[in-house]
Design a protein around this ligand. Structure first.
Ligand code: ADE
Ligand code: ZN
Length: 350
């Protein structure tokens, strides 16, 4: 791939990473719930929580794998009761995203985590949708919603969730698949994804986070998803790497998440550079930033420092984020032009 912009002094890389416009394509909005907000919402909703202080709660964020995180993450989400709670959570995320020069965000949400507690689909979507509208007004961030099915539950329950969401069909752009991966392969959801496809939803799925390359293959070939969330295990399968590169299937990679969930022993061992070298359309994302110690720019800055990526790779990652997003072509063109302008400005003598 050719470098579309002029050389930029390496010393300016951190500033460039921070200020370049970017899209976030992999953020579980419930994973943006900071401990302070968990406590504030618990108080507002007159709920007891199992920790006495913010510090005590934060100290519990020592994960050994995906499941050890999910247990705490679902417990944290239990303070979300009213539409206003969902709104406040999402607006807090948008404030952080705006500070990181995120100009477009695609938000995952997990309705089954809430409907199982008696919270209505309407409450969830009302709060999140209102926040997406206000993100545009307050921060100039375009935002859309991707509804995820929890893969540890049954396909029948996914169908029921889809049915419950249909009155708000126009507020949901895409469908995703998340939660505990190993033992819950994509093909478990073949029928419900086929139905979502017929209904015109855009499709994505978590695959190859902890699970094997075989799950990435079936996410692509059985579920027919357009992007793979995580996908870092794909490097174990040469043919899969060739397929991802040939078809330019975007991977929404989340380096700090992978670090905190022990997918890699340290950030220096992360394979983001290998994915880019193989010609794969990787992107950088935050996943569950309140739990993993960093939002978008933390992910960029720490990963670039740890594995020694350069300005060309910064450009490709930001460009990939717009290419792989579900925005329309006019907006995509506008964002790519701004990206180019940003790199050109950094290339000129200071
Ligand atoms: N739900 C929230 N974060 C997740 C992750 N990293 N993997 C799977 N499901 C999730
Ligand atoms: Zn995720």
């Amino acid at each position: 791939m050719t470098f579309a912009v002029k050389p930029i002094a390496t010393g300016r890389l951190p500033q460039l990473l921070s200020q370049m416009p970017k899209a976030e394509l992999h953020i579980h909005i419930e994973g943006s719930l900071e401990p302070e907000l968990i406590f504030a919402l618990a108080e507002r909703n007159r709920m007891e929580i199992a920790y006495r202080t913010v510090e005590e709660l934060r100290a519990a964020y020592a994960f050994t794998d995906l499941q050890s995180f999910l247990d705490i993450y679902y417990a944290g989400a239990s303070v979300l009761i009213q539409a206003q709670d969902f709104y406040d959570m999402a607006m807090a995320y948008f404030a952080r995203a705006a500070a990181d020069h995120v100009v477009h965000a695609e938000l995952f949400f997990d309705p089954q985590t809430h409907t199982a507690r008696g919270i209505s689909m309407e409450t969830v979507i009302d709060g999140l949708h209102r926040a997406c509208v206000d993100a545009q007004k307050r921060y100039g961030i375009s935002a859309l919603l991707i509804m995820c099915f929890l893969r540890h539950l049954s396909e029948q329950e996914a169908f029921e969730t889809l049915e419950q969401a249909m009155p708000w069909r126009d507020r949901i752009t895409g469908i995703g698949l998340d939660s505990g991966e190993v033992g819950n392969p994509p093909e478990k959801f073949a029928k419900v994804f086929a139905r979502c496809r017929e209904l015109g939803f855009r499709l994505v799925a978590h695959a190859g986070e902890e699970g094997p390359p075989a799950y990435v293959w079936t996410a692509l070939d059985v579920l027919k998803v357009e992007r793979i969330d995580h996908g870092v295990q794909s490097v174990k399968d040469r043919l899969l790497m060739e397929r991802l590169a040939r078809d330019q299937i975007a991977l929404t990679v989340c380096p700090l998440s992978n670090l905190k969930l022990c997918v890699f022993p340290d950030l220096a061992s992360h394979n983001l550079g290998k994915l880019l070298d193989a010609g794969i359309a990787a992107t950088v994302n935050s996943d569950d930033p309140a739990y993993f110690g960093g939002y978008m720019n933390d992910n960029f800055l720490q990963t670039f420092a740890a594995i020694g990526l350069d300005t060309e790779q910064a450009y490709r990652l930001a460009r990939n984020s717009f290419e792989a997003s579900f925005i329309d072509d006019a907006a995509r063109r506008r964002h790519l032009d701004h990206l180019q302008g940003c790199f050109d400005a950094f290339a000129s003598p200071a």
